[in-house]
Design a protein around this ligand. Structure first.
Ligand code: BG6
Length: 475
């Protein structure tokens, strides 16, 4: 539909931005925090960048919240670091970790900024990993203990909770994120790991409803809408296969609390045992989510890939030089292909604002649950200009187009309660450290050299501020 006028955002819409603990905090050996698996990755696995300082939010949190307030934020999405809260295997709570987040939450609330809190965003404590991490069912009780501590400590003030960030992407890109450690056959083992993660998600949902008065909790799928390459009927089925195998299997489980016929058939066909034990599905059955938090940056195109074709492994663009992404082929399921209708970033991510509207309509049509955007943004090479400012016109154009499509989806009848792009300040990218910047606020440091970590609001900060203050009218 063309509405013939700019979209209208509802009153009370949550306007903010996002971050994750390991990507923004630094202070990894301070305040009683112990190492996380991601700390080890970032030291050994190039091009991950060392996260021991990151954006140094651990020491700049007050200044950062002040900047959010100046921008006019009404929400801020961030994650809690499990190894800051439960640093050791005896399960003892670290009072300094609790204090850090208490101070942050209180400061946000003092500025009328609603905290939206992710329980898990890739920083599993090393002590949990040594017990087997997501591979071992003992993690279910350990995670349950951790989330209960969080709900009890912060649930009086935090009402919006998120369980596990991008569980689907952690499984789909498990090799890239190091989840395949200790797995003999990742393609089969990942479904067992995924089932354990589903049980952890369920524990978090149940505990939130038990312990947080008025608490709402949802999952955070990483969402990449997939279009068929052509109107050839088999391209449509390929797009549906890709959709199932990268996102729908997860979203169906969260929303309907049972595994879909598609995934059960997939397991049968590939001789996969996800190790579902008595009582598991009853637990999942109790985990009724309140909303979907959605991370969406780009779209993909899928085409038919007959069984006879050869498998081709996906290769991510790790340097920010266009043209390095390798479109994978999964014979008998689908192949990904370039989209001639959209531009791409330097990391070969499709710049496709319409995908945002597509995703919101798709998720609304399938699940009829409120939705919140918890990530969306442009990763770019950036420097401070000779005038001491950062002129990120590309980011303004990106955000404007994307937010406009959120507005159109709202006009289309979708219930969307907030928009929190990635990211507030520059922070470490999972793919390229500080070389790939997403922030509305520049952090003066690089992967090669730690500089003064000065905060410099970019042009996008001022543009976004005007948009927020007009509740989405001043484009
Ligand atoms: C999301 C993650 O997948 O994408 C974030 O939740 C991540 O942690 C973001 O930073 C952007 O990806 P990247 O690889 O550019 O950092």
């Amino acid at each position: 539909m063309d509405y013939g006028r700019d979209p209208i955002f509802p009153e009370g819409f949550l306007w903010g931005a996002s971050s994750a603990a390991w990507q923004v905090e630094g202070g990894v050996a301070e305040g009683g925090r112990t190492p996380a698996i991601i700390d080890l990755n970032s030291k050994t696995k190039k091009p991950y960048a060392d996260n021991s300082i990151a954006a140094d939010h651990y020491h700049h949190w007050k200044e950062d919240v002040q900047l959010m307030a100046e921008c006019g934020f009404t929400s801020y999405r961030f994650s809690l670091a499990w190894p800051r809260i439960i640093p050791t295997s005896d399960g003892k709570i670290n009072p300094e970790g609790i204090q850090f987040y208490n101070d942050l939450i209180d400061e946000l609330l003092a500025h009328n900024i609603t905290p939206i809190v992710t329980l898990y965003h890739y920083d599993m404590p090393v002590w949990v990993d040594e017990l087997g991490g997501w591979r071992d069912r003992r993690v279910i009780e350990l995670f349950d203990h951790y989330v209960r501590v969080c709900f009890e400590a912060f649930g009086d003030r935090v009402k919006y909770w998120l369980s596990i960030n991008e569980q689907n992407m952690q499984i789909v890109y498990g090799k890239w994120l190091g989840l395949d450690k200790g797995c003999a056959d990742w393609e089969k083992d990942k479904w067992r790991i995924n089932h354990i993660m589903n049980l952890c998600h369920a524990k978090a949902v149940i505990a939130c409803h038990e312990l947080v008065e008025g608490g709402k909790i949802g999952p955070v799928p990483g969402y990449v809408p997939i279009y068929p390459e052509s109107c050839k009927p088999l391209d449509q089925i390929a797009a549906m296969n890709a959709e199932e195998l990268t996102e729908k299997i997860w979203n169906d489980l969260y929303a309907f609390r049972e595994y879909s016929g598609f995934v059960k058939q997939y397991w049968k066909l590939h001789d996969i045992d996800p190790d579902i034990r008595p009582g598991d599905m009853e637990l999942i059955g109790q985990a009724k989510i309140d909303y979907f938090a959605l991370n969406c940056y780009r779209s993909n195109v899928a085409k038919d890939c007959p069984k006879e074709e050869s498998y081709l492994e996906l290769a991510l663009n790790k340097e920010g030089k266009k043209g390095q992404f390798v479109y994978p082929k999964f014979p008998g399921e689908y192949a990904l292909a370039p989209n001639p209708y959209v531009e791409t970033t330097d990391w070969d991510w499709e710049i496709d604002p319409v995908a945002m509207r597509y995703m919101l309509r798709y998720v609304w049509d399938h699940y009829r649950l409120p939705m919140m955007i918890t990530e969306n943004g442009l990763g770019a090479h950036e420097q401070v200009g000779p005038d001491g400012q950062v002129h990120d016109a590309n980011r303004i154009a990106f955000l404007r187009d994307q937010i406009y499509q959120v507005g159109l989806a709202i006009e289309d009848g979708c219930e969307v309660i907030g928009y929190n792009p990635w990211s507030f300040t520059d922070l470490l990218s999972t793919g390229n450290g500080m070389a790939k910047r997403y922030g509305l606020v520049y952090i003066n440091t690089t992967d090669e050299e730690t500089l003064d970590l000065r905060r410099i609001p970019k042009d996008s900060f001022y543009w976004y501020s005007r948009l927020i203050r007009s509740n989405g009218r001043d484009w």
